[in-house]
Design a protein around this ligand. Structure first.
Ligand SMILES: [Fe+2]
Length: 574
């Protein structure tokens, strides 16, 4: 049985194909379109998934989209009536709703299909139910509490529940306009980070400041006795239609989410790319502290009401790795699972598994314990590409390859590392990565000057051998998806300065020999040379979506000042 899940007409458009409950392929459209968070109908991701499965659209049994415009319709209408939406916004929203309601039309049109030959049944699955399904159904847990939190989807910002085997039950939700995701986005905009997905930068900025404005934030976010929260809407400029958003066929663009009252409280907004002051750092720190306070309130309520020991999390806010790393040490939960595409892209995976388990009642058998679900390219294809670009290269077997790569990194050079299947989710996890020496204090500046051109304050992340985590970090719970921040042990901070953030933390990826054998071997070789089982791992890109195809990696290598490239079994020097 083939099921295709789609996230369309929403940020992070994506597709996922499963066969009899096993994940065959999942990928984000941005990687093919080469526009970050591309929003529209993910034709190329769908075509890729079908090709990976060796099938056509006519072989699909079910197709689902992770939106349901009919969900919460009554609440939407009541809220809209209390405001005065503009005609053009209503028209845009209706057009979007019509498209979301009829994914079949989009599929038939874009793939040029004969609708009468399609046997698939179509499903609309509510946005947060798709998030929850994405977290629970591919987790290792048969029973778990489930927590989904983002900006907004289908009029809901936060949803929680309990999962057992092939089903989960929703226990509660918080509706628009009360949203922790949009709180974070609004303050990120005020801080001069206005782009979709910029919230991660603010999370990286927060450790430079002190949460001196936490009391002000507690007036903006009012925690309730039942563990939930309300926003004081006077601080926001959200209207009846949600935020002003442009979704179709490009990078999502958000309107301004904060009001004059926020400006009255914190001062004039920072103009992007201007100086970051101590006050900006303190607002970022206070925002992060407030988010954590509200999330702890919800997560503790969820633990108490469900009595579960395992927690599955999803939604854009579940990409807040600083909070995620605090869940196990600071709550009664003992296990946690967050699939790598925790943001909206992940709802494509969620909708596929929602159909398979929740609708069709099929038993659980699959655990997503790696993120390598995207396109792969054979050595022959890669060699052809290298020839096309006129590059000189050396073919090496795997053992030689990792030895040479480790030498390059240990001598302080910057290495492009392109292997196997592209990662699912926003992190490069050793298949589309740039690798460097974490021992060098100056490596951050080198990477920024030569390749990444990122804001100076943003940290770089470590990949560490799973078996060595306890020697370097204060927690040992595996994190193959680089989605939690742990404290670097105080005596190790000066050993790996390039991947230790200003507050002594690191957003680590634990690398396990079973699921990432070649990457594990590379780090092991590096340890043999350098005495440290850690490498610096940053995504293979330069202010663009992470590279997908060999030609994109080659072009990035040629365009930037990367020293060497290992692509498939080939080593290329400049
Ligand atoms: Fe979402």
């Amino acid at each position: 049985m083939y099921i295709l899940g789609i996230n369309a007409y929403h940020g992070g458009a994506s597709a996922c194909l499963i066969k009899d409950g096993e994940l065959i392929a999942a990928a984000e459209e941005e990687r093919f379109k080469r526009v970050k968070y591309w929003a529209g109908f993910p034709v190329e991701a769908i075509l890729y998934c079908l090709a990976e499965g060796g099938i056509t659209a006519y072989d699909l049994d079910h197709i689902g989209i992770s939106r349901n415009p009919s969900a919460n319709l009554r609440k939407k209408v009541l809220f809209a009536l209390s405001k005065r939406p503009s005609f053009s916004k209503i028209r845009d929203r209706l057009a979007n709703a019509a498209r979301v309601r009829d994914p079949k039309k989009a599929l038939v049109g874009t793939l040029d299909l004969d609708p009468s030959a399609l046997k698939a049944e179509f499903h609309n699955v509510e946005h947060h139910r798709a998030h929850m399904a994405s977290a629970f159904f591919v987790s290792p847990f048969q029973g778990a509490a489930i927590f989904s939190v983002d900006g907004m989807g289908d009029f809901v910002s936060t949803m929680w529940g309990i999962g057992c085997g092939s089903r989960f039950e929703v226990l509660g939700e918080i509706n628009y306009p009360h949203s922790l995701g949009w709180l974070y986005t609004a303050v990120s905009q005020w801080l001069g980070f206005p782009k979709y997905g910029d919230e991660g930068k603010v999370m990286g900025l927060a450790p430079y400041g002190e949460p001196v404005y936490l009391d002000q934030f507690r007036k903006i976010v009012r925690l309730q006795r039942d563990g939930t929260f309300e926003l004081d809407m006077d601080f926001f400029a959200l209207d009846a239609e949600g935020a002003t958003m442009t979704w179709d066929g490009g990078e999502p663009i958000l309107g301004t989410l904060y009001s004059q009252k926020l400006v009255d409280t914190f001062g004039l907004p920072r103009i992007p790319r201007t100086e970051i002051t101590e006050q900006h750092q303190n607002v970022a720190a206070s925002l992060q502290a407030m988010l954590e306070e509200a999330e702890f309130s919800l997560v503790n309520m969820l633990q108490r009401t469900t009595g579960q020991k395992a927690l599955c999390m999803a939604g854009g806010v579940a990409l807040n790795s600083a909070f995620n790393g605090k869940v196990l040490p600071q709550t009664a939960f003992e296990d946690i699972y967050i699939q790598p595409a925790a943001g909206d892209a992940g709802t494509a995976l969620g909708v596929a598994y929602y159909i398979y388990h929740q609708i069709l009642g099929q038993p659980r058998a699959y655990v997503l314990n790696h993120a390598y679900t995207g396109p792969r390219f054979a050595n022959g294809h890669v060699a052809g590409m290298l020839n096309d670009y006129g590059l000189l290269y050396k073919e090496l077997d795997d053992d030689q390859l990792v030895k040479r790569a480790a030498e390059i990194v240990a001598r302080g050079d910057v290495l492009g590392w392109f292997q196997g299947r592209m990662e699912w989710g926003p992190r490069a996890l050793g298949n589309r990565s740039i690798i460097a020496d974490p021992r060098r204090e100056d490596m951050k500046d080198i990477l920024n000057a030569r390749i990444k051109h990122r804001e100076k304050f943003r940290p770089f992340a470590p990949s560490i051998l799973l078996e060595a985590v306890g020697d370097y970090f204060d927690q040992t719970y595996p994190d193959p998806f680089m989605i939690k921040v742990y404290n670097v042990l105080p005596d190790k901070r000066s050993v790996i300065p390039a991947v230790t953030h200003v507050d002594g933390t690191g957003r680590l990826q634990t690398v396990d020999q079973e699921t990432a054998p070649l990457y594990w071997q590379l780090i092991k070789e590096f340890e043999n040379l350098a005495g440290v089982p850690v490498v610096l791992n940053t995504s293979f890109n330069e202010n663009e979506p992470i590279v997908c195809k060999p030609e994109e990696a080659i072009e990035c290598f040629l365009r930037t000042r990367m020293d060497a490239l290992v692509i498939g079994n080939y080593l290329v020097h400049k």
